[in-house]
Design a protein around this ligand. Sequence first.
Ligand code: UDP
Ligand code: MG
Length: 328
Amino acid sequence: METEYPVQVADIVSARKISVVVPLYNEEVMITPFHTRLKKALDSSPWNWEVIYVNDGSTDRSRLILEGIRNNATNVGVASFTRNFGKEEAMSAGLKLATGDAVVIIDVDLQDPPELISAMAYAWASGADIVNMKRLERHGESWMKKATAHIFYRLINRISDVPVPADVGDFRLLSRRAVDAINSLEERNRFMKGLFAWVGYHSVTLEYNREPRFAGTSKWKYWRLWNFALEGITGFSIAPLKISSYVGVMCAGMAFLYAAYFFLKTLIIGDDVKGFPTLIVTVMILGGLQLMAIGIIGEYLGRLFIESKRRPLYLLENYRAPLQDHKK
Ligand code: UDP
Ligand code: MG
């Protein structure tokens, strides 16, 4: 990704600060290798930078290690949650705490190379508000995960009200005004990929190859991914509600035709007691469809219930901000 930028860009950049937001949960083995690589990449770039680690209720030594790093650096902030709230919540917290002119969200497991941050920042300095990072290849991930991710992105794009860029994960850069826009959204359903797309603004997409996880294991089990997908779909589309009402209309229409058919048949050739299979099949299909429709309504109602309680998204146990701005 070697791109030549005009000299003027290099001049403007030096005054600007990039905040790197890193959500993490039980990643004790990853933190030090990640920080070393991040520091190396950003110290040799023209940008001022800070990093905000959001410890999402880790139960291992993650917090200790983070505090250690913070004690030896002026541009490291560490926020700790009172328990595990989830990656979306951790990212939301990071976006609130970051003070930079642009914010980059990155995973701690080195699947997203920190060396690309500088290129993202150049794209931002040249006018982009959002820099999406599109994964060309996802090394070290099972075909099942890639296939489900593929289907998910296609599906959500088909039905969502805003286009969610395909194969773009959470690794991305947001300008200050895009971050402020996200921070002003009060909803509890934090499907961040959708929220990022919702704010609009001028976005550019860079491509990269996703590395395998450096160490540790993925925190995303399939059940969790399924729930995440539901969150995405119900948060950004009411298509399922519409589909279920159309299916209802179709079924009622078919039932009506069927009734007319029986009515005429009885008039013309009389009634016999046959037809039990049709009856039971119809009853079961209708029963199933009704339950499905109620279930879909339930998914939305449940989320409405959660929204209406207006609980905070997360609770910070403490936040130690970076000591001072790290000026180049
Ligand atoms: N993560 C988090 N809270 C969670 C689960 C994950 O902050 O409840 C962090 C995790 O530590 C990592 C990032 O989110 O920095 C991505 O997680 P992971 O690598 O497990 O997901 P994958 O790359 O497999 O999608
Ligand atoms: Mg990962």
